[in-house]
Design a protein around this ligand. Sequence first.
Ligand SMILES: O=C(CO)[C@H](O)[C@H](O)COP(=O)(O)O
Ligand SMILES: [Co+2]
Length: 232
Amino acid sequence: MSRASLEAIRSATPAVLPSLLLCDFGDLKGEVARLADAGTKVLHLDVMDGHFVPNMTYAMPIVEGLRRHTDMPLDVHLMISDPLAYAKAMVDAGADMLTFHVEAVKDAAAVAQEISDLGVNVGIALNPETPLALLRESLPHVDMVLVMSVEAGFGGQKFNPVALEKLQVLRKEFPDLLLQIDGGIDTSTIGPAREAGCDLFVVGSAIFKKDDYKAAIAELDDAIAKAEGTAS
Ligand SMILES: O=C(CO)[C@H](O)[C@H](O)COP(=O)(O)O
Ligand SMILES: [Co+2]
């Protein structure tokens, strides 16, 4: 899917993207089916290497396995020290969007362009402490900015409102840029993020700690609609 999936992602906005960090990995197929039934349009996959962040998750085999079971765009959040070393393997495994961290690389614009040249959509992520200035040069080369509202590495952390200021600045300067937020998003933080101009909302705990994913996602969608003034 890769490149063509950008339109699928754009047309799904505003959208809740479940983060498969806290799901039941013993029943991955079932989890994906439950999320699809709950109306999920895009999946967020957290890849951690135990080096860039002090946590490890999964890599290409899981992406490839998911690719065989769903047509949903796979949005891969690379929390790894050397994104270029694995970018092609991730594309071959079926990733549609590869997001790397600006803190991980020396020349973010060049990394973004190299990933883009692989025929995949590119996102650039920044942690709460990282200033927006660090990613400015790379913006012409990316399809999406991921504004972290927690320090990358773990689910279940507290939302940091510094992300809202960054979203507002980006939205004002770049009306067409796809903006994503990740970390501590729940029914109380998703509305302010929408008001700040965000398009894509990554959610882990606020879905996977609930028994009923459909109800959890509906509540998040409602909170977005309220923020837009379109709630019924
Ligand atoms: O990238 C991430 C962590 O680095 C995850 O996508 C994120 O933390 C989701 O979990 P939660 O909604 O519980 O914060
Ligand atoms: Co993530």
